[in-house]
Ligand binder design. Structure first.
Ligand code: CTP
Length: 367
């Protein structure tokens, strides 16, 4: 993990959070977070600027953080800081920059994410019992207000428990249950969405079952949700999709609180627009132009048979005849074209073996 090769004689620069946790677990970490016990911006400007292959990418004064690039790798260096959640569920404000490591650790989510590793000596600093919790595979908050301050930590707890096979400690579980019985819905849903994406992109049925059974979904909607019968993890392995998280999250039904992209909203709107499907032609027309995410949601929540019929069989059938062929038959371009294609499609769904020649003959038969 030794990325910054500097002579920090003050020994106040540390790796912190996920990167320390992951190294101790023996897994690779992609994001590197560091903290400076003091003012990180001043430290970077005075001590690091000018060293080889180093540049400052971005400075965030109010938060006392600075993003730097060292040997092509971006790293966030934060000042040790204290924070207060004036508006619960939203970004905190910084009340002091340059506090002690102990005070800095208390603003974090879980003990396993509050471990520091000296960038100079490599010594691990554990001020909250994080090492024991790592050993015992336990996720533990640092204080009783943790979920009230930042409810996204409930999702982070779920994400880490699935990613590492950890469990919430009993007291943390109680605090979570209490919070979920009395949710303050005025929270930052952009952050909720980010955690939902990271959690469900793990494609884990176990995560989804905990999400529903432990009422974590209540963070997103006040409506009741029951666990669907389908194993979503298996379905996605069989039918890969780009927006894995949305197949899971879509099962909640009401995502109106989340800031969705146009593509994500379309996936849900398409799903909501598809009603009962009575025959192969209706199934084909309903699914032909929608994403696999939409089809999987339909499979899970509405009609498994119809969606499977499309995915396994009908999606492989395509009519071969084109507009050009119709022109060659002497037809003038008009809305009739699509009626003709649909007519040929009905025949082709009845008999997928039809050749292009057969299709042309079918058209000849009706004009
Ligand atoms: N953190 C927090 N509360 C949050 C988000 C982050 O206390 N809601 C703190 C934790 O100490 C965390 C660190 O900020 O370790 C960095 O956050 P982030 O990069 O989101 O998480 P990582 O722990 O690095 O995990 P990942 O491997 O998923 O990046």
């Amino acid at each position: 993990m030794e990325i910054i090769n500097i002579k920090d004689t003050s020994n106040k620069l540390y790796y912190v959070g996920g990167v320390v946790r992951d190294e101790l677990l023996g897994i690779e970490s992609f994001d590197i977070d560091m903290t400076y016990e003091g003012n990180a911006i001043e430290f970077v400007q005075q001590k690091l600027q000018g060293i080889e292959d180093f540049e400052i990418v971005q400075v965030n004064e109010p938060f006392g953080t600075v993003r730097v690039k060292v040997s092509g790798r971006e790293i966030d260096i934060a000042s040790t800081r204290e924070e207060v959640y004036e508006k619960k569920g939203h970004l905190p404000s910084v009340t002091r920059i340059g506090c002690s490591l102990k005070e800095d650790s208390m603003r974090r989510d879980f003990t396993v994410n509050a471990l520091y590793k000296s960038a100079v000596s490599g010594e691990i600093i554990d001020l909250t019992g994080g090492l024991d919790d790592l050993k015992n595979k336990t996720i533990r908050v640092l204080h009783d207000e943790s979920f009230i301050d930042d409810p996204t930590r409930i999702l982070r707890g779920l994400k880490f428990s699935i990613r590492f096979g950890f469990d919430l400690d009993e007291h943390t579980k109680k605090l979570q249950e209490n919070y979920l019985k009395n949710i303050n819905y005025d929270m930052c849903y952009k952050r909720v969405k980010k955690e939902l994406i990271e959690t469900f992109n793990l494609n884990s049925q176990a995560a989804f079952e905990k999400f529903i059974k432990q009422n974590i979904y209540k963070l997103v909607t006040e409506k009741d949700v029951i666990l669907p019968k389908e194993d979503i993890e298996e379905l996605i392995k069989e039918y890969p999709v780009e927006n894995v998280w949305l197949v899971y999250a879509g099962c909640i039904g009401d995502l109106s609180r989340l800031p969705l992209t146009k593509i994500e909203q379309k996936i849900l709107d398409d799903f909501n627009a598809i009603g009962e499907l009575k025959n192969d032609f209706e199934i084909y027309k309903a699914f032909e132009k929608v994403s696999t995410e939409t089809i999987l949601l339909y499979l899970i929540l509405k009609n498994k048979f119809a969606a499977k019929r499309y995915l396994e069989t009908l999606s492989k059938i395509k009519i071969e005849i084109t507009g050009e062929d119709l022109l060659k038959l002497g037809l003038k371009p008009s809305r009739k074209f699509s009626e003709i294609f649909d007519y040929v499609l009905v025949k082709k769904l009845e008999n997928p073996e039809l050749s292009k020649e057969d299709e042309i003959n079918i058209v000849r038969g009706i004009i």
